[in-house]
Write a protein of this length. Structure first.
Ligand code: S3P
Length: 448
């Protein structure tokens, strides 16, 4: 069991040893959709309301940046509907201060796309130490093809970044990586460019921007093969919407794996977003022959949503993940690497080099932390190989400031023999502020 005291930095995590996880849980709102609702609502005309927003640090960074540019956004508080008074496509004011994107790559990359076309206005963006090390040229470079001016350290690759707003021209742009952040930045820039813009992705990344921009009234069309080409024609006025955000499958992932692996467990995760560009973990769990069932499948505000039931069923099968699948489960690799330790056979994760430029180098950090628990893992430039089943032991762990690492190590600790300590568990609050409370609740219920 975990120690739920408010001790900020060091947590004691005990092995599950006879304790299973059971009951139902509602994970917080989808992080990707939360950012987009705030951004698109701000440049729409009229009122946008958002129900189910993720009340955590990353969306709060996005909201604070938008407020600095004159948008009125009500406080982001758990359980409260957020209201935005949109300022229209050209209404964002030049901020008097540096825009601080905190730990959030989505905030920085999407806001870059939003700002580059604001002619005559000047913006400076920065973030925390992790964000200042993450590559921004992947956004700045294609935006330059539209006439944008983005400067920063290392030839524009690292924040702090300076943007001089320019009149942009539409273009046909092939993105270098299958990244929804890069794609979304280009779509946002395209809204105010001269002429149409077509974005062509190497693989189909999450499509929340496309769905939501269309709902706001943008002139956006999906052309060509399996959603990989998106064309935006400027000129359409965006109109405020009522948005309902489902739970984040990337947060549900921790309970999916814990429920499948901790003996005796059965968990129902309610209200989870099941957009097919995000459900790679369910594909993998089917290959593992885990017992998962989707119930109450429905459509809410343009996104598929359902409840997921997961049950422990004994030893599972090893799996393979390749580059083609990566965009559909990119944020789930840390928890899937924990799962692989307990599966029978050799798990191979390839095409995962993007993990090296997330909040931390997640391939290196997960390898380091799981090795400290005694795991046998081979790390390659673009992935991991893990032979299972193996047993791991409790030890001194560190999230290395990464939210998804913190939560993955919590589940690993339950599956280990003996007690672990976790430094930096508070990082979980970046995407799942109540993770530790939910872990405790799911555990205590079976004890009662
Ligand atoms: C996100 C896209 C993904 C993901 C990130 C959120 C988004 O990043 O890892 O957590 O909201 O667009 P990339 O688009 O860079 O792959």
């Amino acid at each position: 069991m975990s120690d739920t005291s408010n001790e900020p930095s060091l947590r004691t995590l005990r092995s599950s040893d006879g304790i299973s996880l059971s009951g139902s849980v509602r994970v917080p709102g989808d992080k990707s959709i939360s950012h987009r609702a705030l951004l698109f609502g701000s440049i729409a005309e009229g009122l946008t309301t958002i129900e189910g927003i993720l009340p955590s640090e990353d969306p709060i960074s996005t909201a604070d940046c938008l407020r600095s540019m004159g948008v009125s956004i009500s406080p982001i508080v758990k359980g409260q509907v957020v209201s935005i008074r949109g300022v229209g496509l050209d209404g964002l004011k030049e901020p008097e201060e540096v825009l601080n994107c905190g730990n959030s790559g989505t905030t920085m990359r999407l806001i870059l796309g939003l700002l580059v076309g604001r002619k005559g206005r000047h913006f400076v963006l920065t973030g925390d130490a992790s964000l200042r090390r993450r590559p921004m040229q992947r956004v700045g470079q294609p935006l330059k093809l539209m006439g944008a001016s983005v400067e920063g350290r290392s030839n524009g690759n690292f924040a702090p970044l300076a943007v001089s707003g320019k009149k942009l021209r539409g273009a046909v742009i092939g993105t270098p990586v299958a990244s929804a952040q890069v794609k979304s930045a280009l779509l946002l820039a395209a809204l105010t460019a001269e002429g149409s813009t077509t974005v062509i992705e190497p693989a189909h990344s999450r499509d929340h921007s496309e769905r939501m921009l269309k709902a706001f009234g943008a002139n956006l069309e999906i052309v060509g093969e399996i959603g990989r080409q998106i064309r935006v024609c400027p000129g359409a006025i965006l109109t405020g919407q009522k948005i309902i955000i489902p739970g984040d499958i990337s947060s549900a992932a921790f309970w999916l794996i814990a429920g499948a692996l901790v003996p005796g467990s059965e968990i129902t995760i309610k209200n989870v977003g099941l957009n097919p560009t995000r459900t790679g973990i369910l594909e993998v769990m089917q290959k593992m022959e885990a017992h998962i069932e989707i119930i109450n499948l429905r459509d809410i505000a343009g996104e598929p949503v359902g409840d997921i039931n997961v049950k422990y069923t004994g030893i599972l099968k090893a799996f393979k993940i390749n580059e083609e699948m990566m965009p559909r489960l990119v944020d789930e690799i840390p928890i899937l690497s924990v799962a692989a330790l307990f599966c029978n056979g050799e798990t191979q994760i390839t095409g995962a080099s993007e993990l090296r430029v997330k909040e931390t180098d997640r391939l290196a950090v997960m390898t380091r932390q799981l090795k400290a628990m005694g795991a046998d893992i081979q790390e390659y430039p673009d992935g991991l190989t893990i032979k299972g089943p193996q047993s791991i032991k409790g030890c001194a762990l560190n999230s290395e400031t990464d939210h998804r690492v913190a939560m993955s190590l919590a589940i690993a600790s339950m599956l280990a023999k003996g007690t672990s300590t976790l430094q930096g568990g508070e990082a979980a609050s970046i995407s799942y502020p109540e993770f530790w409370e939910d872990l405790e609740k799911l555990q205590t219920r079976t004890n009662s």
